[in-house]
Design a protein around this ligand. Structure first.
Ligand SMILES: [Fe+2]
Length: 183
């Protein structure tokens, strides 16, 4: 197994039990549920990997980050994850992760019904992250090569908060991780 995949498994071993913000699931459950939903919709290995790792910025090297950052959903976790994912997996994985916060703003802007279904925590972070997109922001977002994938990822992210959902283990996503890894 590659060093990168070992490091991912180790990161979830070390910090996967941390809470996912104020939701009723852990970081590990949230990641596995996102990836399971992606796999159920026949997403390719890169997008399943993006779903699995979209919040790894919350737990990656958390020991070196200020205390409390793991439970703060408003920090710049997608940027931190983006740099790391781009280096190891390339843009098909890294771009949807980078865009998944903007995707929520995009969906809220275009679909009022989507905004109404967000959890209170998620709605608050949407406002903190800038609220509705203006037309220029929307055009920039739609010009991103992986913007459609980021919308799919966003919808799995929103659903991955079910404390009773059954999923595969992290290790059981190893083949998707290996296929998505840059050679
Ligand atoms: Fe998430």
């Amino acid at each position: 197994m590659s060093d990168v995949i070992e490091r991912i498994l180790h990161t979830f071993d070390l910090r996967g039990d941390l809470a996912y913000g104020t939701e009723a699931v852990t970081q590990r459950q949230h990641a596995l549920q996102s990836a399971t939903l992606a796999a159920a919709e026949q997403a390719d290995s890169s997008l399943v990997t993006a779903a699995l790792l979209h919040d790894i910025g919350h737990i990656l090297d958390a020991a070196e980050l200020p205390q409390g950052i793991d439970t703060d959903l408003d920090d710049a976790h997608e940027e931190r994850a983006y740099q790391w994912l781009l280096r190891h997996f390339g843009p098909a994985v890294a771009d949807p992760v980078r865009l998944h916060v903007a995707a929520k703003r995009y969906l809220c802007t275009l679909d009022p019904g989507y905004a109404e279904k967000l959890s209170p925590t998620s709605f608050k972070s949407y406002l903190d992250q800038g609220g509705p997109m203006n037309p220029g922001e929307r055009a920039d977002f739609e010009a991103e090569p992986h913007f459609e994938d980021s919308l799919r990822l966003r919808r799995w992210d929103d659903l991955a908060k079910d404390p009773t959902m059954t999923t595969r283990t992290i290790a059981e996503f190893r083949s998707e991780l290996e296929q998505a890894l840059l050679s």
